[in-house]
Ligand binder design. Structure first.
Ligand SMILES: [Zn+2]
Length: 239
């Protein structure tokens, strides 16, 4: 079983590492994107048969040397560092996604290429391409390693994506797919969590499969319009 080391970049209160002041007077910290995205990535990878270690599973800003040592000590097979980019900390039109490998690391470059392709496909953001840099987490890790910058904090539109759970999931899914491809694992799509009573799970899965419902709000009362809509979808499904 392959082990993937996941790094959520910074601490919650690491200086800098936040958006400029938003229209509502708030700021979003980079950690608020990195951390939940790292968790989502971990879940997707576990679901696809990988072993996971989080090298900084906390709000603290653990030194980078601690993070890379953890990955090296556990002999992880790949290291993934999740980030959100910034240009100059002033709102602007720069934007998009770029992913990094250590210079001249052919294997890491291959993994980065796969992940960057998936990130652009999933998110539709501007493709800033595959890049190389002498970053400590890329240099000091003994395994293939990548660092993804999943958008720009000082682009207002992209900053809004940071707290969007769907966007976080898209990034996590893209990275997971890239890792699966690299290791020759066929990616299994995650099953939506169906939050219904256990006696209704089989019927609900059948109804979702048939397109009668998307399975959300399973305990809502049934109105006439909902009932008719389900009947209508059922008759269409039979055609
Ligand atoms: Zn960062």
């Amino acid at each position: 079983m392959k082990t993937i080391a996941i790094d959520n970049g910074h601490g919650l209160n690491t200086p800098g590492k936040r958006t400029p002041i938003m229209l509502d007077g708030k700021v979003i910290k980079e950690w608020q994107f990195n951390y939940p995205t790292a968790k989502k990535l971990g879940e997707l990878l576990k679901y696809n048969g990988f072993n996971i270690i989080y090298v900084s599973d906390t709000e603290e800003d653990n030194p980078l040397s601690v993070r890379t040592k953890k990955a090296n000590d556990t002999k992880a097979d790949a290291y993934v560092s999740i980030h959100f980019n910034a240009h100059q900390g002033v709102w602007g039109n720069h934007g998009g996604i770029e992913t990094y490998h250590y210079p001249n690391s052919t294997k890491s470059k291959e993994l980065v290429g796969l992940i960057q392709d998936e990130l652009i496909r999933e998110t539709g953001l501007r493709n800033r391409g595959v890049k190389s840099a002498n970053f400590q987490v890329l240099r000091e890790t003994n395994m293939v390693s990548i660092l993804a910058e999943c958008g720009f904090m000082d682009n207002l539109e992209e900053a809004k994506l940071m707290l969007d759970g769907d966007y976080q999931l898209k990034c996590a899914r893209a990275i997971a797919k890239g890792i699966c491809k690299y290791f020759g694992v066929e990616y299994k799509e995650e099953k939506k969590d169906i939050d219904c009573s256990s006696w209704a799970v089989d019927a609900m899965e059948w109804a979702i499969e048939l397109g009668l419902t998307d399975g959300t709000n399973p305990k809502d009362p049934i109105t006439l319009e909902r009932f008719i809509t389900i009947l209508h979808r059922y008759s269409e499904a039979l055609e």
